[in-house]
Design a protein around this ligand. Structure first.
Ligand code: NAG
Length: 369
């Protein structure tokens, strides 16, 4: 631990949220733009609107055809991730998704315990992927988990659908259907008892996600979204290709939450800015290079092609962002959006070992599709 870390002025690991000083020492421009970007997303309103709820059944006319139509309503998707052996009250819904890290030690027994708990919940469909902590699910990691080597017992998935680079089509009331693709692969982050790890340079996502996917479930976030800069760029480009309505992931506990996505110029410019290495500074005094470089030497920084490109991206985010807000509210109205949603569903409160919001129902994200 350095003195700055002891004083909590700098974070102690890349899994923690950056402090203000961390931001200033890496790239103040990126920091400010990430805040402005979240305001832009907020001002664009809800990214999509589910079909309206059907009128209550007492007023419905009987007759099979009519009933079928009237039952069409929103599908409630309940999103969980990173429970790490713990259980909590889960809101009711039509589809329950667990995006991996059911356990801490990855043993067959721990995974079975979590499955038994999830199996007992009343949701119509339940789907999960494994996370890096669920070693038993990956034959290679299983070999490294010493205690698990000899056991021949299998896991009983019960009412859960386990997805590993595979899809399932699910039926809901009113004849609605969702296509769900899941895969728990993660960029390398631990020893060989961790499951489904890949090298960032050799990611498994190219062409992996079927284009008809409505709901994408992975353990890792995509790069630049709810990810503390630890998400996967390969997954992000595959998402641009397939544009699922809902993407549920976890892994980065401190970034739990939701973020709308529109796959437009504003988002592309933001991702381009975030993917740039911080520009080299003309002044490394006390490591304040990025701060001086991004702001105090402005406009001189524009002489360097790298900082110029970063500033062009930042201005593009603002330009396209303001345009999209004005276009929506002036030209189209409140129900116009046709975007998607990213959900980091981690219920663990950072690295504290405790659940978010004291482990009550509000720790769980519910999305209506
Ligand atoms: C994922 O599935 C696709 C299609 O079945 C296959 O081509 C690809 O090799 C699989 N990827 C991995 C990492 O298993």
């Amino acid at each position: 631990m350095t003195i700055l870390q002891t004083l909590h002025l700098r974070r102690s690991s890349q899994w923690d949220p950056p402090t203000i000083l961390d931001h200033l020492l890496t790239s103040p421009l990126k920091w400010i733009m990430s805040i402005l970007y979240s305001y832009i997303l907020f001002l664009r309103g809800r990214p999509f609107h589910p079909p309206p709820r059907p009128p209550s059944s007492s007023s419905s006319v009987s007759g099979a055809g009519v009933e079928q139509q009237q039952e069409k309503g929103p599908i409630r998707v309940v999103c969980l991730s990173d429970t790490h052996d713990q259980t909590l009250p889960v809101p009711d819904g039509d589809l329950l998704v667990h995006a991996g890290d059911l356990t801490q030690d990855g043993s067959r027994e721990s995974i079975q315990k979590q499955i038994d708990w999830l199996d007992g919940l009343p949701h119509r469909h339940k789907v999960f992927v494994g996370g890096n902590h669920d070693g038993w699910l990956d034959p290679e990691a299983r070999r490294a988990l010493l205690r698990e080597r000899k056991s021949r017992r299998q896991i009983d998935f019960k009412s859960l659908r386990y997805l590993e680079n595979s899809s399932v089509t699910l039926d809901f009331k009113g004849g609605r259907r969702l296509n769900v693709y899941g895969y728990g692969a993660v960029p390398e982050c631990g020893d060989d008892t961790f499951a489904f790890q890949y090298k960032r340079s050799h990611h498994p996502w190219n062409g992996a996600i079927p284009p008809e996917t409505d709901v994408l479930v992975t353990h890792t976030p995509p790069a630049h979204h709810l990810d503390l800069s630890l998400g996967c760029p390969g997954l992000l480009s595959e998402i641009w290709r397939t544009k699922p309505k809902l993407h549920i992931f976890g892994h980065i506990h401190w970034r739990a939450g939701t973020e709308p996505v529109y796959f437009d110029e504003c988002q592309a410019s933001y991702e381009s800015l975030m993917s740039r290495p911080s520009p080299p500074s003309p002044c490394y005094l006390l490591g304040l290079g990025p701060l001086l470089n991004d702001f105090f030497f402005f406009p001189f920084v524009l002489l360097s092609a790298r900082s110029r490109a970063a500033w062009v991206d930042a201005l593009a985010v603002l330009w396209y962002g303001i345009n999209s807000i004005l276009w929506k509210w002036i030209m189209q109205g409140p129900h116009s959006n046709n975007g998607g949603l990213f959900v980091n569903a981690a219920v663990m409160h950072g690295n504290t070992g405790k659940l978010r919001r004291g482990g009550n129902e509000k720790a769980v994200v519910v999305v209506e599709l």
